[in-house]
Design a protein around this ligand. Structure first.
Ligand code: SF4
Ligand code: SF4
Length: 111
């Protein structure tokens, strides 16, 4: 009982472990699997990311130098990032904002 009382008193007088979101936005944790983006200047259209993606969230169109990415299929496994020899794919340290419609992101080389 005295051991428990010590814990109760400690928690009673320590600041809360949670933050007042969204008024206070916490710093993203290290290694956060955030929003995935492509750098099309680096991409050589090899299609490796499309081949390794388990849920089929990536479609590469080499002729159009375009990539379609479906964030709603993606499970953030990072296999695409780990297998891209050109290091053209990266995970940003921000969460993707919620969306009402299941769209795809298009990344394309600008002519
Ligand atoms: S694996 Fe990398 S270089 Fe190959 S198509 Fe995907 S993004 Fe482009
Ligand atoms: S993180 Fe995984 S599921 Fe998402 S696009 Fe890359 S390979 Fe596919």
């Amino acid at each position: 009982m005295p051991k428990m009382l010590k814990e109760v008193l400690k928690n009673l007088f320590s600041p809360p472990a949670t933050v007042n979101y969204p008024t206070v936005v916490p710093e993203p944790v290290l290694g956060l699997r955030g929003k995935i983006t492509w750098d099309m200047e680096r991409c050589d259209q090899c299609q490796d990311c499309e081949r390794v993606c388990p849920p089929g969230a990536i479609k590469v169109f080499p002729d159009e130098k375009k990539i379609e990415y479906s964030p709603f299929k993606c499970m953030y496994c990072h296999l695409c990032i780990e297998n891209c020899m050109q290091e053209a794919i990266k995970a940003e340290r921000v969460y993707r904002a919620p969306e009402y419609e299941k769209g795809v992101d298009i990344f394309q080389v600008e002519e």
